[in-house]
Design a protein around this ligand. Structure first.
Ligand SMILES: [Mg+2]
Length: 209
């Protein structure tokens, strides 16, 4: 049975914070507000972990303008992109016989739009979105769902992600080897098997395993 390489989406395969900044500039410009409104959104976004209703309620209080959560969910995915070497790396894994899955915590509307807009949906075998799966990282069950969907085994598999408490802890819960990307989240544990600045470095490591 093929082995499985699992990837987080936000701030792992894609620069989610960069996409948020691009959306914020667009939205604030359309609303006729100044650069301080962009700075405020970025400062309070917390890498996407601030709940959107809370973020936008604070924005309305500060700037007197409402942001629709539904519109945000539909509109901001079009500001995401993926770097070609990342798509090439995913393709190299599949060519070598690996199955590849995205395992992401988030809502179906925005995550599936990001996956389609970037082309990642077509570049992997299966996408597992927590809202659809009914279970979130770090629960090991979401990786079992991904393995089944991708037609792969979790044995000798990998999990790649940026968040220690969700991605790395989740990978460990599912008995996967783990690679942490970047240092956005300063939780000291758990420790991943590898620690890289960019996702582009993971492909040789997985291919050699
Ligand atoms: Mg992430």
């Amino acid at each position: 049975m093929p082995r499985l390489a699992c990837f987080d989406l936000d701030n792992t395969l894609i620069d989610r914070d960069g996409a948020f900044l691009a959306w914020a500039r667009w939205w604030v410009g359309r609303a006729g507000l100044g650069a301080d409104a962009v700075d405020w959104l970025v400062a309070h976004d917390n890498g996407g972990f601030t709940p959107r209703p809370q973020l936008f309620a604070g924005f309305r209080e500060r700037f007197g303008v409402a942001v629709s959560v539904d519109e945000y969910d539909r509109e901001h995915p079009s500001f995401t992109w993926v770097d070609q070497p990342v798509l090439d790396g995913l393709a190299s894994l599949r060519t070598a016989g690996w199955r590849v899955a995205v395992v992401t915590n988030g809502g179906v509307v925005q995550q599936s739009r990001k996956l389609e807009h970037t082309g990642i949906a077509e570049a992997v075998d299966y996408c597992c979105i927590s809202e659809a799966a009914g279970v979130r990282k770090p629960d090991a069950r979401i990786f079992a769902i991904a393995a089944e969907g991708a037609g792969a085994t979790l044995v000798d598999g990998w999990m790649v992600g940026d968040h220690p408490s969700y991605d790395i802890a989740g990978g460990i819960n599912a008995n996967l080897s783990t690679i942490r990307i970047g240092h956005r989240h300063d939780a000291p544990t758990p420790i991943a098997d590898h620690d890289l600045n960019s996702v582009q470095g993971v492909f040789p490591i997985i291919l050699a395993s």
